[in-house]
Design a protein. Structure first.
Length: 235
């Protein structure tokens, strides 16, 4: 692999799992216990907003008990130190990348620590509980706030920025992803089409592992710091 000049990194639930954040799609993940249609769709929110708020309030409060791990810290170091273009895209809605020091992660599936107003479209930091009684800081409407999270059937955020980066990168790295959630699962093919070298870093082969030119399997807290050292050393 030649020395890259433009890197796109995609992270999924696997990078935060070692910090204690519950995954969604593993056999013991959240969707094995909760029907996503009840808590992660616009229809579910319309049927029972209280249940949806309770689900995300629990997850938001759980962030206080988890910390960034060595993999998050290594990617923040890569962003600070790498002299080329760098874009970190995450499917995760936690704030561990930011807390590790990443400056501009793209949260394509939204963020637990933000609220979205259905009335005026504004977004606001939100760290406490949210309910139907919550008031929008912008338009002052009550009952219009929802978690700023991309639900099933909704379009992920900042896709134009992601597509442009993939079209111009020469290294694409996927870390801790299942490989079965689109559009993120298709990023490797976009990067390959652009001529990029593609690498999967994962605990075990993802569903799309055959699409990658190179794979490194193991715990994220071990293989991601080693990989970052490798890149920064120019090897």
């Amino acid at each position: 692999m030649h020395r890259p000049t433009s890197i796109v990194v995609l992270t999924g639930a696997g990078i935060s799992a070692e910090s204690g954040v519950d995954t969604f799609r593993d056999k013991d993940g959240i969707w094995s216990k909760v029907d996503y249609r009840d808590v992660a769709t616009p229809e579910g929110f319309a049927r029972n907003p209280e249940r949806v708020h309770e689900f995300y309030n629990q997850r938001r409060s759980g962030l206080a008990s988890v910390m960034p791990n060595a993999a998050h810290l290594a990617l923040a170091r890569l962003e600070r130190t790498f002299r080329g273009k760098f874009l970190l895209v995450t499917q995760n809605i936690d704030d561990l990348h930011e807390r590790a020091g990443s400056q501009q992660p793209v949260h394509m599936h939204g963020e637990l620590t933000k609220a979205l107003c259905a009335s005026c479209g504004s977004r606001h930091p939100w760290h406490g509980a949210m309910s139907r009684a919550s008031r929008c800081p912008s338009c002052n409407e009550i009952g219009q706030l929802r978690p700023d999270v991309v639900w099933f059937g909704e379009m992920p955020y900042l896709m134009d920025e992601i597509d442009e980066a993939l079209a111009n990168c020469d290294l694409f790295v996927s870390i801790g992803t299942s490989g079965n959630v689109y559009p993120a699962a298709g990023f490797v093919e976009q990067a390959r089409y652009a001529g990029a070298h593609t690498i999967e870093l994962n605990l075990e082969p993802s569903e799309g592992h055959v699409l990658f030119e190179q794979a490194i399997h193991g715990r994220a807290t071990e293989i991601v710091p080693e990989f970052v050292e490798h890149i920064l050393a120019g090897r």
